[in-house]
Write a protein that binds this ligand. Structure first.
Ligand code: GN1
Ligand code: MG
Length: 367
């Protein structure tokens, strides 16, 4: 018989694991304590507080989702190196808080693979920074626009073909739709019944939601370096709400600007959190849209064609939709991809995103 692992056993084991993984990297710091940073849905991330600064962020990469961990981390290292070069005129402190700094292992490798197979990477923690899960200030939306637009602008001259496709077809609508249709076929009757309204909604929008994909396939939209996970919690701000640094560069790879524009809009302009279950609270905020767009375009207008510019609003809608579709697909698949906190978490997330699509369309039509 196996003894059930108690909560305190689990915490002790985690502490030992973190200390051990941390000791494998190049730093002269002593582990003091850790704190879980629980906002991600895929990796496990911990703030490592040391006896004396700097502090660090230690991350266990989910290699079920990310098949090529080495490639992923090299992408991140290379993009940080590029950004640091572009921003080399900043002061040392400014540079430190504007670009992620990754640390190599004592063996000079970009990540550490533990005996149990888990993969770890380490970066410096940026002090005195804050993040937002939702936004309630127009200035934050504007700052976020400048930050994500700035990231795209600074990486514009980086040859995207040098980056590996960390997750092939990540924002590809044909792929996401085919996954969705497979999930419908394999789903339990119960989950199918509970999802019916969302499923119908997804099919109603199917054609419109392929427009950007088709433009991309026909070469009318440029493929360039993109972040691909520009939700607002992936932007660091100073305590006075100035944009500091784009974080979570796990999904940096070749892509199109529309999805970076849209993923930020999806989270900044939602009056509620991504998993709010009271759908009356899920409303699209057009004022924040305008503020974000202003900041974003200040940074990258010159790198966009007029056709790319024209399709930014549809990019936003498509991103809300694709996220709803992915949450729904995962619910139909019995929650194999995203971390969930309760049985219908993914379905609630899907309903939330689809409600946001509706609210966005309504407000755009009114304009
Ligand atoms: C996942 O784990 P996190 O929060 O960085 C997902 C994103 C979604 C996001 C939804 C690799 O990102 O695509 O937008 O959840 N990342 C991956 O909150 O699938
Ligand atoms: Mg991410």
């Amino acid at each position: 018989m196996f003894k059930k692992l108690s909560q305190s056993n689990f915490i002790d084991m985690l502490l030992e694991k973190l200390k051990f993984a941390f000791s494998k990297f190049q730093h002269n710091s002593e582990f003091k304590l850790y704190q879980e940073l629980a906002s991600g849905h895929i990796n496990s991330t911990y703030l490592i507080i040391t006896e004396s600064k700097p502090n660090f962020v230690l991350q266990c990469i989910n290699d079920n989702v990310f098949n090529d961990v080495q490639g992923l981390i090299l992408n991140k290292f290379n993009i940080s190196t590029h950004l640091k070069e572009k921003l080399k005129d900043l002061s040392k402190d400014e540079l430190y808080s504007s670009v992620l700094t990754f640390i190599e292992t004592k063996e000079g490798k970009p990540y550490y693979r533990a005996k149990d197979g888990s993969c770890w990477n380490l970066m410096n923690y940026i002090d005195d920074s804050i993040t937002f899960e939702t936004v309630d200030d127009k200035e934050v939306a504007y700052e976020a626009g400048k930050l994500f637009g700035g990231f795209l602008n600074l990486t514009y001259d980086y040859d995207a073909t040098k980056l590996i496709d960390v997750i092939p077809e990540f924002h590809d609508m044909f792929f996401r739709f085919s996954q969705f249709q497979k999930a419908i076929k394999a789903s339990s009757k119960e989950r199918l019944a509970k999802s019916q309204e969302c499923i119908d909604f997804a099919f109603e929008l199917k054609e419109e939601m392929h427009i950007i994909q088709n433009l991309k396939e026909s070469g009318k939209i440029n493929v360039r370096v993109t972040h691909n996970d520009t939700k607002i919690s992936n932007a660091l701000f100073s305590k006075s709400n100035k944009g500091l640094c784009v974080i979570d560069t796990d999904t940096v790879m070749p892509g199109i600007v529309h999805y970076d524009f849209g993923d930020a809009i999806r989270t900044i302009c939602n009056e509620a959190a991504e998993d709010e279950t009271n759908l009356d609270l899920v409303e699209f905020n057009m004022e924040y849209y305008k503020a974000y767009e202003k900041g974003f375009l200040e940074k990258i207008r010159t790198t966009l064609t007029s056709l790319e510019l024209q399709y930014l609003p549809l990019g936003a809608k498509t991103m809300m939709f694709i996220m709803g579709l992915r949450f729904l697909t995962d619910y139909l698949n019995n929650d194999v991809y995203y971390k969930i906190k309760y049985a219908e978490h993914n379905l609630d997330r899907a309903k939330n995103q689809f409600k946001l699509v509706q609210s966005f369309s309504k407000k755009m039509n009114q304009l």
